[in-house]
Ligand binder design. Structure first.
Ligand code: PBG
Length: 328
């Protein structure tokens, strides 16, 4: 009986061989840390459903950004939690609003050594918690919302954001934002479009993180989990409208979508490992049911392997530390 000449196990026999022959590798510069700042806090406040993640004060946010720089993390994505909310989310546009001030503070802390990104969406700022303004009948009004996104984007660029992340899934949002930025002289501000963002149960802990006021769901504007082909249409439209980069979100339950998008996109592709993905692994690890570090590393590697060049993950700073450690 003859044995096959190819014995794939040969390349698995030592850690050094496995490292040498690895097809994919995550590096700290691939990672983007999503971070929350809450107006009025003097100390960071823990988010119970996301152990290890905090609503930041100005000072603690600046420290977190400095740590990200030290560890070689690629970027930071900022979300703001205002003290006052209204029907149109005006605190999101106010140049003195919590998010716009945080962008300026973080930029003054890190300069150009970390890519500073911000969320262009009204949900944290509206008293009803939807990503846009409501029409008389209670539905989310696409085109009225677009005008507010345009103003919000310009204020965020004025505050110093390098990259804007429109996450509201309004049709035409990228075109309107691009035009407004160009008209305001912000030709070099980058747009990272949340192109294929699904209505997902995995955003659950994020709603606690931002004290969301939402009742109901976002199914009239975020994508349906049943749809795959439609993600390519969303990506194509966003690229035509001027998106510099596109995102798939969530990541782990949507790796097929991510692979599809990565296969066709002419612009860089990001994926967002969302709050629920974080919470599941943390909860299992806290119970001793899973090896925390290995599960985190494997989950992020799977997102890279599926085609993401950039990965938003709440584990970015810790993962960046581990990545410098070749002991395993
Ligand atoms: C909307 C937004 C959400 C997330 C990022 N941007 C919430 C939503 O769409 O309901 C979720 C991120 C996460 O769950 O980690 N501004």
């Amino acid at each position: 009986m003859s044995f096959p000449q190819h014995r794939p196990r040969r390349l698995r026999s030592t850690p050094a061989l496995r490292r040498l022959t690895a097809e994919y590798r995550v590096s700290p510069s691939d990672l983007i840390l999503p971070a929350f700042i809450r107006e009025g806090l003097t100390e960071p406040s823990p988010i119970l459903s996301m152990p290890g993640v905090f609503q930041h004060s100005t000072e603690s946010l600046k420290r977190a950004a400095a740590v990200a720089v030290e560890r070689g993390v690629g970027g930071i994505m900022l979300f703001g939690i205002p003290s006052h909310r209204d029907a149109t989310g005006s605190a999101g546009i106010d140049p003195e609003g919590v998010l716009n001030r945080a962008i300026a503070d973080v930029r003054s802390e890190v300069g150009d050594s970390l890519v500073v990104m911000s969320d262009v969406c009204l949900d944290e700022f509206t008293d009803h918690g939807h990503c846009g303004v409501l029409a008389e009948d209670g539905s989310v009004d696409n085109d009225t919302t677009l005008a507010l996104y345009a103003r919000m984007a310009v204020e965020q660029a004025n505050a110093g954001a390098h990259v804007l992340g429109p996450s509201g899934m309004m049709d035409g949002q990228v075109a309107v934002i691009r035009q407004a930025l160009d008209d305001a002289g912000h030709q070099d501000t980058v747009v990272l479009a949340y192109a294929a963002k699904y209505a997902s149960a995995f955003y659950g802990p994020f709603r606690e993180a931002v004290d969301s006021q939402l009742k109901g769901d976002r199914r009239t504007y975020q994508m349906d989990a049943a749809n795959r082909r439609e993600a390519l249409l969303e990506v194509e439209l966003d690229i035509e409208e001027g998106a510099d980069m596109v995102m798939v979100k969530p990541a782990m339950s949507y790796l097929d979508i991510l692979a599809d998008v990565a296969a066709v996109s002419r612009v860089p592709v990001a994926a967002y490992q969302v709050s629920g993905e974080y919470a599941m692994i943390e909860a299992a690890a806290a119970n001793g049911w899973i090896d925390r570090r290995r599960a985190i590393e494997e989950s992020v590697l799977s997102i890279k392997r599926a085609g993401a060049q950039m990965i938003l993950t709440y584990w970015a700073p810790e993962l960046a530390l581990w990545l410098g450690d070749n002991s395993n």
